[in-house]
Design a binder for this molecule. Structure first.
Ligand SMILES: [Zn+2]
Length: 445
């Protein structure tokens, strides 16, 4: 996958079309398939930016304009997950921003930071005979991973869970969501529940329509809309129907109450939130640093125009994931590798490579046939120690990126003095600040 993404745009385009042609028939066979629309050039996914290039807030891939027709603009389907609602997501390559591997830097940490209370012998004992006492374990990375001891988010006054069976994550992630939800409920004048669409399956792994959400740390949150707006049936531009104040309160709560590794949301939404935050007198340097530069937590990704995708750090679960990797073979039921399908793969080849079998992979991965779709991941039961399982780098959670302490009221600028932006014209400012998508795209090659 990484090799593929590092190739030039032409090659990636060719592979993308190959992927479209290769996987399309599978949908006709899949039990949950809906009749696919004819794959067309307009629906072909855009190219991911080059590896290592931080997605700039003000730049959009050039194909963005082509994939959003005016009709879509007026009547967008509310998917509220990473899936492209106009297409079968299995046929799309992931946005580079959604992948964890290229951005997960090796922190160089060599000592245990979050699981020092468990020595190796105790870890082995619990893993083999008291697995449920180990707590959540995040194995692998967001786009190639799984979860041991997943915890389910419970709906309540402050949070709604759209799909309970996709409501699982590590305990740390669930706790973070609950903190954010409670913060909003305490802070908003007219609180409305946080709407959680997809998190992950109980054991993590592949979810149809997502490239990540596999290791128990990714959560999709629906936007807040103005009173009376039905998110399922929008009849206008999304940006004009949003409750910008609540969405900004959400973003701020995530940054200040939890430890997000990245927050993915479309640049058009980012502009709106940024303009609103400045209009409210938030510290300009802090706000801008959330969206751009080396400390940017908020990043643009395709298919993230109707929801926030937050990837939280789950440091204990992640460190446990690194530590259990070498001892997975001690438990046959947990001795599983995660494999992302590449062009040309067959189940037989994958089984041979891992010393597994076609039927074991089919059963563990929920596959009915032998057709594979590029980009999805398979669960590969192993018969011995995994010599091919990638070990994610050690995790050290960076300090929270908090706003500076509030200055004394006498010296604090009023919103209108500081920026001239009011709530009413925040959107207009955001639109003006955002160059045309095609124009921006032309500057990023
Ligand atoms: Zn997501």
């Amino acid at each position: 996958m990484h090799i593929m993404l590092r190739q030039n745009r032409g090659c990636v385009a060719a592979l993308t079309m190959a992927a479209l042609l290769f996987v399309w028939p599978l949908d006709l066979l899949a039990a949950d398939a809906v009749t696919p629309s004819e794959p067309s050039a307009a629906q072909a996914p855009e190219m991911a930016p080059a590896v290592g290039v931080a997605p700039p807030v003000t730049a959009a891939p050039v194909a963005a304009a082509a994939t959003t027709t005016p009709a879509n603009d007026l009547h967008e389907t509310e998917g509220e997950s990473d899936a492209d609602s106009s297409n079968n997501d299995d046929t799309a390559l992931p946005d580079q921003a959604e992948l964890e591997t290229p951005v997960a830097g090796d922190t160089g940490a060599t000592e245990l930071v979050y699981t020092g209370d468990l020595d190796d012998a105790e870890l082995l004992r619990r893993f083999t005979s008291e697995l449920e006492t180990l707590g959540s374990v995040s194995v692998g990375v967001a786009e190639e991973g799984r979860v041991i001891n997943g915890v389910q988010l419970q709906a309540g006054a402050s949070v709604q869970v759209a799909v309970p069976e996709y409501g699982y994550a590590t305990a740390e992630t669930i706790a973070a969501v609950e903190r954010v939800a409670e913060k909003l409920r305490a802070e908003l004048v007219e609180p409305s529940p946080l709407r959680v669409s997809h998190i992950g399956k109980k054991s993590g792994g592949y979810i149809r329509g997502h490239f990540s959400h596999q290791s128990g740390r990714d959560v999709d949150f629906g936007f807040f809309y103005q009173a009376g707006v039905d998110p399922g049936h929008l009849t206008g531009r999304r940006e004009s129907l949003m409750d910008v104040a609540k969405n900004w309160a959400f973003l701020k709560a995530v940054v200040t109450e939890s430890d997000p590794q990245v927050i993915l949301v479309d640049y058009r939404i980012q502009s709106l939130l940024k303009a609103y935050a400045l209009s409210q007198g938030e510290d300009k340097t802090w706000v801008e640093s959330l969206f751009a530069g080396p400390t940017a937590i908020v990043r643009h990704a395709r298919r993230h125009r109707d929801h926030f995708h937050v990837r939280f750090y789950a440091p204990r679960a992640q460190e446990l994931g690194r530590r259990v990797q070498p001892i997975l073979a001690k438990r046959p039921d947990e001795n599983l590798a995660i494999y992302r399908v590449k062009k040309g793969d067959t189940l037989g080849h994958i089984a041979a490579r891992y010393g597994s079998s076609v039927s074991l992979i089919q059963k563990a991965s929920g596959l009915r046939g032998t057709l594979l779709s590029i980009g999805r991941t398979l669960v590969v039961p192993l018969r011995g120690p995994c010599t091919r399982c990638p070990l994610p780098p050690p995790v050290v959670v960076p300090p929270r990126h908090l706003p500076p302490p509030v200055v004394a009221p006498a010296t604090a600028a009023t919103p209108s003095e500081s920026t001239g932006v009011t709530m009413a014209n925040a959107e207009q400012v955001a639109v003006e600040a955002q160059p045309d998508a095609a124009e921006a795209g032309s500057t990023r090659r």
